[in-house]
Design a protein around this ligand. Structure first.
Ligand code: PRP
Length: 206
């Protein structure tokens, strides 16, 4: 039986397909998938989902392996085995805002898709902030006056730049990760071990 691999749709998906191709895997069915959410290759059954759902499918054992950004693992703490870093999806968490914004006297208000990461970061600095949870396009929040600043991931920096925002503080770097269901690792060891071995980058990104 083929292992089931859950793959985060979007940027991570494209980079993972390149990564598989470089390792000699058959990726044509993945490239030809169109709007399909389940695809069979010679080696895997692949399911495509949003990052948080990738973690959920792996946690519940529907998928044996998952490819997901470390941001999801840090924010949602799913009960999965975090196997290894992958050499793509490299980006950094940062506090960003308008270049000219003046620190206000009231508590700083931060908009983010990552309330847990943000709370932990500021708590460790001994600072209390108000957090506004958004689901996306977080860069709008300081522009429209919903928040003073944002905490978000920055990859190329284009989204910040094109919206007139700047990084005010670098927080930490992350990459994509390969995660595994805890039971699958034991029960399907013989089919998973060679795959996992082939995913080990010569030089881990993070
Ligand atoms: C992410 C992130 C930033 C952007 C950063 O958003 O939240 O908005 O990518 O990438 P860049 O530095 O290369 O511009 P995503 O594209 O996942 O969309 P979202 O805003 O809908 O969450």
């Amino acid at each position: 039986m083929k292992p089931v691999l859950a793959l985060t749709k979007g940027r991570v998906e494209k980079q993972f397909i390149n990564f598989l191709q470089e390792r000699g895997y058959d990726v044509q069915p993945l490239l030809d998938k169109g709007r399909k959410l389940q695809v069979e290759t010679n080696q895997f059954s692949v399911v495509f989902a949003k990052g948080i759902d990738v973690a959920t499918y792996v946690e519940h054992g529907i998928a044996d392996l998952g490819i997901v950004g470390a941001d999801i693992l840090l924010e949602c703490q799913p009960d999965v085995f975090d196997l290894l870093p992958l050499p793509f999806g490299v980006c950094r968490f940062a506090i960003a805002g308008e270049p000219s914004s003046i620190p206000s006297l009231r508590k700083q208000r931060i908009a983010t898709k990552y309330p847990n990461i943000t709370t932990k970061y500021f708590r460790e600095k001994g600072k209390s902030v108000d957090i506004v949870k958004l689901e996306g396009s977080v860069e709008l929040a300081p522009l429209l006056g919903l928040a003073d600043d944002i905490v978000d991931i920055v990859e190329t920096g284009s989204t910040l730049k094109e919206n007139g925002l700047v990084v005010k503080e670098e927080m930490f770097s992350i990459s994509a990760r390969c995660i595994a269901n805890r039971n699958s690792l034991k029960l399907k060891k013989s089919i998973l071990a060679p795959l996992i071995e082939s995913f080990k980058a010569e030089e881990a990104a993070i």
